[in-house]
Design a protein around this ligand. Structure first.
Ligand code: ATP
Length: 495
């Protein structure tokens, strides 16, 4: 059998040899085929060789569009000389006015603040010279798959390719880009909200100066001192083996500045704020774990109105996916971020399970109460600063504050009232009862004397006016109105 096959094979080979030796057509065909194969190899070979060389000789830095650095790096790249050749740019409006980068001024808004947008590269490529080295910048974007009816937008990537020996430039480049853009923003607080498993900057606001808020007693100072101490105590916590995190519970009636307090602390400490709504139906135990272990650096966590999610350990509504155990685990499990400062706010501390607010989860409980008279006087001074309104000084402010029933008025309501009457002390005084409710006739004389932190206001109405007024049992607000009218000769005030 083998002999038979060998014979056949030999016969075939000798026939082929004969054909190639004596048939020119077959010779030509063979030659062309060989040349074609060679040409194809020659075409792909340099390509492959080039690819290998590039991979060996270069270094590529790739930044995902979801990463925080993507925004400021894109803004910075768009402002570099090499980007002029980019033919596909996008407009980013979420960046702050004071951020560096290629900005287009669009005018000013009603507050006089400049409205600017920034350009970022979307696709294409450009060569950029940085500190004497060449860098190939390649932004790209891909349309995401649609999920049912919902389009998921684009996935963006930024790639920076440079020679391997230039890779030491990565650090300085990122630092330069950051300092020229996001790092140049001062006096700003970034607000992060969750986006899938990550945090995204959803807003940037001017930091609220602590002095713009008025709280009773030493609330603000106590909190600032506590957060400041915690921040400087990292080593101590490590030495003591205590988890390095701190929690605060701010409780009290609505509109007295719980959220504003968190914003002020963040601003004063140079921190940003991660706001998380626990009632979000998409928030599962796993997702919360992942979010809390991925908190951005230098950001505090704010969980607002925590009583709106759980009453005791029970979910308040069926739409809440998060479990109470999941919340506790996320707050103090292994994954909980080191160095985390967490604020819980509630209007109803009595609805909270003690486990949620025990030390370790909420170390400091602060009551943010309705306005005290001291606060009312402070707010009046903010709206009618000393010396700017004649006939409306400390005595008048104290007298008005003395009319407010202690602890009945929210600071938000007071702010709203004063906003409506700003620049108009006469209206402020005239409508004061509207704010405080009806005033009993016996009250005026001694209510001011009951001011906790003030001396009895020394209103010096003209003798006759004062006596007559008091004799008639007029409320202090009316007395003040009359006094103002008399002193200013009508309803005009000097500003
Ligand atoms: N202590 C305060 N000093 C100055 N302004 C205040 C104070 N408290 C509240 N305000 C003003 O009232 C408004 C509402 O305040 P904020 O939202 O911080 O209150 P809150 O206690 O968090 O309310 P809620 O419990 O309803 O969330 C803000 O515009 C703020 O400027």
């Amino acid at each position: 059998m083998t002999d038979f096959l060998n014979t056949q094979l030999h016969a075939l080979i000798s026939q082929l040899q004969h054909l190639l030796q004596h048939n020119e057509l077959a010779q030509g065909g063979l030659l062309l085929g060989a040349l074609g194969a060679l040409a194809a190899a020659a075409r792909s070979w340099p390509h492959r060789l080039w690819g290998r060389l590039l991979a060996r000789a270069t270094f590529t830095l790739e930044i995902d569009g979801q990463d925080q650095s993507f925004a400021w790096l894109s803004v910075w790249l768009a402002a570099q000389a090499g980007s002029r050749r980019m033919r596909h740019m996008g407009v980013a409006t979420r960046f702050n006015e004071s951020m560096g980068g290629l900005a287009l001024a669009l005018g000013t808004d009603q507050d006089g603040d400049e409205i600017t947008v920034r350009l970022i590269p979307l696709s294409g490529q450009s060569l950029m010279r940085y500190r004497g080295h060449w860098i190939l910048v390649r932004p790209s974007r891909e349309k995401n798959q649609s999920e049912g009816q919902r389009m998921l937008g684009y996935t963006h990537t930024l790639s920076l390719q440079m020679l391997g020996r230039s890779r030491h430039l990565i650090g300085p480049l990122l630092q330069d880009a950051y300092e020229a853009t996001a790092g140049a923003v001062s006096g700003q607080t970034e607000i992060y909200t969750p986006e899938y498993q990550n945090w995204q900057v959803s807003d940037r606001r001017r930091s609220r100066p602590p002095g713009s808020l008025i709280y009773g007693g030493t609330l603000m100072d106590t909190l600032l001192a506590d957060v400041g101490r915690f921040q400087s105590d990292r080593e101590w916590y490590q030495e003591m083996g205590i988890p390095y995190r701190r929690g605060y519970l701010l409780h009290g009636p609505p509109g007295n500045g719980k959220s504003s307090l968190v914003a002020a602390v963040a601003g004063a400490m140079g921190l940003n704020i991660c706001v998380l709504n626990l009632a979000t139906p998409e928030l599962s135990d796993e997702r919360l774990q992942s979010l809390l272990s991925n908190l951005p650096r230098r950001a505090l966590l704010l969980l607002e109105d925590i009583d709106a999610v759980f009453v005791g350990r029970e979910r308040r509504t069926e739409t809440v996916k998060l479990s109470f155990a999941g919340l506790l685990n996320a707050l103090d499990g292994v994954a909980a971020g080191e160095g985390r400062v967490c604020f819980l706010t509630t209007n109803h501390p009595e609805h909270l399970d003690p486990a949620l607010v025990r030390p370790g989860r909420a170390d400091l409980h602060l009551h943010v109460a309705n306005a005290s008279r001291e606060q009312v006087a402070g707010m009046l001074e903010r709206f009618f600063p000393q010396g700017q309104f004649t006939h409306f000084g400390a005595a008048q402010r104290l007298a008005l504050a003395g009319r407010v029933p202690e602890g009945h008025l929210s600071m938000a309501r007071l702010q709203e009232y004063l906003l409506e009457r700003r620049g108009d002390p006469l209206r402020t005084v005239r409508d004061w009862e509207e704010l405080c409710g009806p005033i009993s006739e016996q009250e005026p004389a001694d209510s001011a004397a009951k001011l906790p932190a003030f001396q009895t206001p020394e209103i010096q109405p003209p003798e006759s006016q004062g006596r007559a007024g008091r004799a008639a049992g007029l409320p202090t607000s009316l007395l003040l109105c009359q006094l103002f009218r008399q002193q200013t000769g009508g309803s005009e005030f000097t500003v």
